[in-house]
Each structure stands twice: as structure tokens, then as C-alpha cells.
Design a protein around this ligand. Structure first.
Ligand code: FE2
Length: 419
């Protein structure tokens, strides 16, 4: 297959990408052969942008499409979401297949939106570990089309119930890829600190990555991030560690944040911000002015700290909307983080591609370059600025050299004479 006249994301010029046996063989300046249009193996992209597949670094696939059962959230807060999920587990006895069916529906949405790499958290508080078993099966079944990384996530805390730690260990032994945590939900500050340290210990013991739901609260005293980053720094494992949400950072004083940033830079940990979910979830205990509830994305990027964007939810007790589309997350995130200046706009797709890939630990194998697997997407825009302004849809998603998703651009007819 040849993708002709491609614009490569972040580069000028037009390029021809030659793909064979699932691999990108060559990427060369576009040749004006003028005779390729009737060849089925040639797609003329006419200058549309080619980039590596989108990366969803933070979703809860075991929760998707459950909003409203057994009840809708009234407050919209993180804590009511946790209460509803806990009630649901007791009232509704889903089979492993039910969970798989919901997860696959969400993955279909993700694939349609150009995603091929996903990190999902899975609640491992259930003694049967049904969600984990379901997602481990989904991971294998979906492998030809999408890479799935699984976080063993103790949703209701590691030290709030006697068996939680044992279940987390069991989940890691069963094949979860990443150790999770939720320190701000533990009963005491000390338990929160202990849960972070334990997650790092387990990651070392079982050779896993770490991704902590960290300080997802509007409390300027919630400071588990400094524990996570400080311990990761001391252990020299920052590159294997991700801090998700960190919304409390928006409420920290600038003086404390300055000091914290020095640790973050030295530790080299990754961040995932969830703009749609946290605009919805945070600020629920504020009277006006209501905080935006997002971590300091712009400031961290300016300091060279790796930040990516994720969706978090698709219709679950925490967030009632969502369709798997990361472009809309970028749109909302740029607005919410005051990043609607030219320089941030033209680099915004980093937030859902390379930055997420770094958090997931994808190295040289990720990216549109010669010798790599032919995994890439084509979006309906001629330049980076227009891609963001128009929230350009994905025209093609290509995996191992096969077109796995193809979308025809919408056609609108205007019957207005002035145009
Ligand atoms: Fe989450």
C-alpha cells in the first residue's frame, strides 16, 4: 500500500508512505507520478495529516455504559460516583460476559475515533475479580486492532477494607500491567501515604508500571503527589510512574507548587489530565467563584513535564456523557487550561499521541517512521491549526498495514445564493 501526498504531523511538505507486510518501508518526498489514482493499493491523501494512532491513557472500561444504574448522581462529585459504583456492585450481579460486552462497545467507539492504544483502570475491590478477568480476556481478543494496558485499581482504597491489598496483589499476579491507587480516598492521611509507598513497592516486586489516581479533590492540603514523586525519585523509577488527575494542584499556593515542580522535574513522572471529567466532577463543593478543577497543565508543559489528556469515562456513575472521542477532550482541555494561543494549538495533538505514549511506556515502536509497524491514522485537515479548530475527524485508521476504520467526510449542501 502507498499513502500518497501525506502531510506528516509537525512537518512541512508532502510525503509518500510505502507500506508492505505490515511495516512502514519508506517515507519519501512525494513523487509526482500522476498515474496512481486507479491503483487500489494507492490512497491519495491530498495533503491530509498522517500521525500515529491516538493514545487513551486513562479510561475505566469496566464502568462504561452504566450511568443511571442503580441511580443517577445528584451532586456530580467524585465521592458520590464512588458511592453509586459501590451500591451497583451490591445490587447488580453482572456476569463476566456482561462486562466484556460493555467494554467492547466502548472500544469500538475508541477505534472509530482513531485510538489504538488504551490504558484502562479496572476495579479490583471485588473478591471475584470479575472485572479484571473480563478485561484480561478483552485484552487478548482485541490485540490485533488495539493494545490494552490494565491498571489494577483499588477503587475503594487499599486500607479501607481488610482484603483490598490481597486482591490488588492477586490482580498483579493474574496479569494486570500497572499498579493503581487512590490515596485521597483512604481513611487517614497516613493510610494514603502508605498506599502510595505500597504501590511503588509492588511495582518493583512484580516489575509493573504505576498509575495513581492522585489528589482528585479540591483540597489544597491533599499532597500525595509529593509522596509519589519523591518516592519515585528516590527509587529512580519516575519514568514508570504516572499521576492521574492531580486536580488539587490547581488549589496549591504558587510557592508550594514552585517547590513541588522541582521534585516533579527531577523525578520525571508522567501526568494525565482529564479535562472533561474533572470540569464536571470538581468544584462541586464551591460556591462562586467555582474552581475549574484541572491540574496545572500549561505550567507543567512549560517546565518540560510530560502531560497527556484522557477521557476517563464513557457514561458511568462519575460522568454521564462521553463517546470515546479524544479530539473533543483536546478542544475542551485547551479552553479549560487557557491554552488557546497559537503555539499550544499547533502542538495540541501531542497531548493525545506522543505524550500519552510516553506515559504508557511505548518507546521507539510508537510513531510514523521507517521500520515501524504500519500503525497510523489520517485526519481530515491540511494543517495542525485547522485540525484543532475543526476538530478534524479520523478518515483512516491503519493497523499493521490494514485499513481497520474508514470514515467518509460529511457532505453538506448549501442552497444559499450569497455563497
Ligand atoms: Fe479515573
Amino acid at each position: 500500500m502507498i499513502l500518497k501526498n501525506a502531510k506528516l504531523y509537525g512537518q512541512d511538505g508532502r510525503w509518500d508512505i510505502h507500506i508492505e507486510v505490515g511495516t512502514i518501508q519508506t517515507i519519501k518526498p512525494a513523487a509526482d507520478t500522476g498515474q496512481s489514482s486507479n491503483n487500489n493499493d494507492v490512497i491519495d491523501l491530498n495533503g491530509k495529516i498522517v500521525l500515529p494512532p491516538y493514545v487513551e491513557p486513562h479510561i475505566h472500561l469496566d464502568y462504561v455504559l452504566t450511568a443511571g444504574t442503580p441511580r443517577w448522581s445528584q451532586s456530580g462529585s467524585v465521592f458520590e460516583g464512588i458511592e453509586i459504583w459501590s451500591e451497583r456492585k451490591q445490587l447488580i450481579n453482572e456476569s463476566k460476559q456482561d462486562i466484556k460486552d460493555r467494554a467492547l462497545k466502548a472500544i469500538k467507539m475508541q477505534l472509530q475515533h482513531g485510538i489504538q492504544h488504551v490504558r484502562t483502570h479496572v476495579d479490583v475491590g471485588d473478591p471475584e475479580l470479575k472485572g479484571l478477568k473480563a478485561l484480561l480476556e478483552v485484552k487478548e481478543e482485541i490485540k490485533p486492532w488495539l493494545d490494552l494496558q490494565i491498571v489494577a485499581f483499588p477503587q475503594e482504597g487499599l486500607y479501607t477494607k481488610p482484603d483490598a491489598e490481597e486482591l490488588l496483589v492477586k490482580a498483579l499476579e493474574m496479569g494486570a500491567d500497572v499498579v493503581g491507587g487512590i490515596p485521597h480516598y483512604e481513611l487517614t492521611r497516613e493510610d494514603g501515604v502508605r498506599s502510595v509507598i505500597r504501590a511503588l513497592e509492588l511495582a518493583n516486586k512484580y516489575d509493573k508500571l504505576v498509575d495513581i489516581h492522585c489528589d482528585e479533590i479540591d483540597d489544597d492540603q491533599s499532597r500525595y503527589l509529593e509522596v509519589l514523586a519523591g518516592e519515585a525519585l528516590k527509587l529512580g523509577m519516575g519514568d514508570r510512574v504516572t499521576a492521574s488527575h492531580t486536580t488539587a494542584m490547581a488549589s496549591y499556593s504558587n510557592a508550594y507548587t514552585y517547590k513541588l515542580f522541582q521534585t516533579l522535574k527531577k523525578a520525571g513522572i508522567h501526568f494525565v489530565a482529564l479535562p472533561k471529567a474533572n470540569l464536571h466532577l470538581q468544584g462541586r463543593f464551591d460556591s462562586h467563584p467555582v474552581r475549574r478543577g484541572l491540574t496545572r497543565v500549561k505550567e507543567m508543559l512549560a517546565e518540560g513535564i510530560n502531560v497527556s489528556f484522557g477521557l476517563d469515562s464513557i457514561m458511568d456513575p462519575w460522568y454521564p456523557l462521553g463517546n470515546g472521542d479524544l479530539m473533543s477532550v483536546v478542544d475542551v482541555g485547551l479552553h479549560a487550561c487557557h491554552m488557546t494561543d497559537f503555539n499550544h494549538i499547533v502542538k495540541a495533538l501531542d497531548l493525545i499521541t506522543t505524550n500519552g505514549a510516553k506515559a504508557l511506556g511505548l518507546k521507539g515502536e510508537y510513531g510514523v517512521k521507517e521500520g515501524n509497524q504500519a500503525n497510523l491514522i489520517v485526519i481530515d485537515a491540511d494543517d495542525e491549526y485547522e485540525a484543532i479548530r475543526t476538530q478534524a475527524p479520523v478518515l483512516y485508521s491503519i493497523r499493521n498495514g490494514e485499513v481497520i476504520v474508514e470514515t467518509k467526510p460529511v457532505e453538506t449542501t448549501m442552497n444559499v445564493s450569497i455563497f
